[in-house]
Design a binder for this molecule. Sequence first.
Ligand code: S3P
Length: 176
Amino acid sequence: MIKHSIILLGYMGVGKSYIGRKLSEELKIDFFDLDNYIELNENQSINTIFYEKGEIYFRNIENKCLDLLLKKKVNHVISTGGGTPCYSNNIELIKKNVDLKSFYLESSITNLTNRLFSEKENRPLISSIDSKKELNSFISKHLFERNFYYNQADYIINIDKKKTSEILLEIKQKLT
Ligand code: S3P
């Protein structure tokens, strides 16, 4: 039985949801995907929320949903959206929660570009970027701004060239 809940932070495309789900299965605890939770609460996809209501509305709901998830009493794994720790008081909510361990899943700009180029359609912040070169330069700048928040996680796990099983093991080793 683990003593803490777990929250995964990191840039779009790094695999927070996939790793989070796998981790929750191995630890036999509940899994919540924040983007999914928002979609269920709003009854709309993240894309539609962005296009119809705008990013400010989305960030507000994201903050409320994170707060709700962090109030759950039983231990669980939460995967966040790429921007979650960078808006509102989200990073403070995460850091002040003594029952929670945070992990930044880190990846190189090149890897993120390669992963995201083929799956940018459902991501409103990058869907209109046409070339890989432009995407690479967007991610470089964006990551530079966001790293300030990601680096406040309790642990940083680099995921490049690692199998899922290795990433899961690294996370679990930090929990003991
Ligand atoms: C966002 C990342 C997305 C989603 C929204 C905004 C961001 O989540 O929350 O499109 O600001 O980086 P993923 O990291 O799961 O793609």
